[in-house]
Design a protein around this ligand. Structure first.
Ligand SMILES: *Cc1c(COP(=O)(O)O)cnc(C)c1O
Length: 371
């Protein structure tokens, strides 16, 4: 057995004719930036998310940055997010000119803890302008109490949905719960481009209009610059690819969920802690993350059996060299830090076979945690 951690080529082979046609059509059109393909994808993705607006941008990181800027975040403002996320969440906050304020996560879901959030806002030395909950691994953060705290303190909410295409919170698609949602279409995400791409979703027309300007040099109309913008556009080739792939997204998310259910059954009795699955989250399983105090040995045990795994993430943001300037110390966020020592991501992608999941699970069950 040789099971890779993800397999983008087999997806391409499955839908090659649709992808090749979409790319050829775009090349023939002679239109490459902010054209009909982008508009078509934005409409389709907004519909998928049940959002009024979707705006294509150049990456998930810039989707977060632009959403924060459109929500009024200005240089020097403070923005809360979690200590254990993909570092780009924090890169985006810093790129918006803001100061990240980190908080610990809930031990069950590893998403923003409403209790820690409330505490952070009570004790913040300055006003908190925005909050960025992360729907980590495709598990929705507990948005109702988060939105309640945000309203109480007058903070905007930008959901980091980079790992959560197709995730629902109490029946509602993520990306429509806060002021704006930020999606990444990095190739390995649930919906992936063949390059970098991202989108912002929102139900607020004012925010949508600002993003449309901010992503395009701040232009309201050609050579009419109303805002201090950047260049972060979704190109037409990626938009055409994404439109072709979007038609398959529901199926792919269902396949991920079926795989997760099979893992749950097959890993019964295995010496690992299974992923959290709160009743409020219709989980899209971007990643399937187990926990063990013997991670290095389990990872090697799986590698020896031909199973590739990954770690999301080995180091929390506050212990990364680049973020020392924020002044946090080790053991400040114990839940995030324990997770970073124990989490291990098993392969999960639509094309993964049931035989592979059975094999991976058996290999994990055979692991001698106490050896
Ligand atoms: C992938 C990811 C991002 C960044 O997206 P890019 O498209 O790579 O810029 C942000 N946040 C989270 C949680 C991610 O997983």
């Amino acid at each position: 057995m040789n099971i890779p951690f993800f397999d983008l080529r087999s997806q391409y082979r499955d839908i090659r004719s649709e992808i090749d046609a979409a790319i050829a059509r775009t090349l023939e059109s002679g239109s490459f930036i902010l054209g009909p393909e982008g508009e078509r994808f934005e409409r389709a993705f907004a519909d998928y998310c049940n959002a009024r607006h979707a705006l294509g941008v150049a990456s998930g990181t810039e989707a977060i940055q632009l959403a924060l800027m459109a929500c009024g975040v200005r240089p020097g403002d403070r923005v809360v997010t979690v200590a254990n996320t993909a570092v780009p969440t924090v890169v985006a906050i810093v790129s918006a000119g803001a100061v990240p304020v980190l908080v610990d996560v809930d031990p069950e879901t590893l998403t923003l803890s409403p209790a820690h959030l409330r505490e952070a806002l009570q004790h913040a030395s300055g006003a908190i302008k925005a909050i960025v909950p992360v729907h980590l691994y495709g598990h929705a953060a507990d948005m109702d109490p988060i939105l309640e705290v945000a309203r109480q303190y007058g903070a905007a909410v930008v959901e980091d949905c980079a790992q959560a295409h197709g995730t629902r919170y109490k029946g509602r698609q993520v990306g429509t719960l806060g002021d704006a949602g930020a999606f990444s279409f990095y190739p390995t995400k649930n919906l992936g481009a063949y390059g970098d791409a991202g989108a912002v979703t929102t139900n607020d027309r004012g925010i949508a209009e600002k993003i449309a300007m901010l992503r395009n040099y701040g232009e309201r109309a050609k050579y009419d610059n109303a805002m201090l913008g950047i260049n972060s556009r979704l190109d037409e080739v990626q938009a055409a690819v994404l439109s072709a792939k979007l038609r398959h997204l529901n199926t792919w998310v269902e396949q991920r969920r079926t795989h997760a259910e099979l893992y749950r059954q097959e890993l019964a009795g295995a010496p690992v802690q299974l992923p959290g699955a709160s009743a409020w989250s219709h989980n899209s399983y971007h990643l399937y993350v187990v926990r063990t105090k013997h991670r290095a040995r389990l990872q090697k045990h799986l590698a020896d059996a031909g199973v590739a795994t990954a770690i999301h993430y080995p180091t929390p943001v506050h212990l990364q060299e680049a973020y020392r300037y924020l002044g946090y110390t080790a053991s400040q966020f114990p839940v995030a830090e324990a997770a970073c020592r124990e989490v291990l991501s098993l392969p999960i992608y639509p094309e993964l076979s049931h035989d592979a999941i059975t094999y991976i699970s058996r290999t994990v069950r055979q692991f001698e945690a106490t050896a």
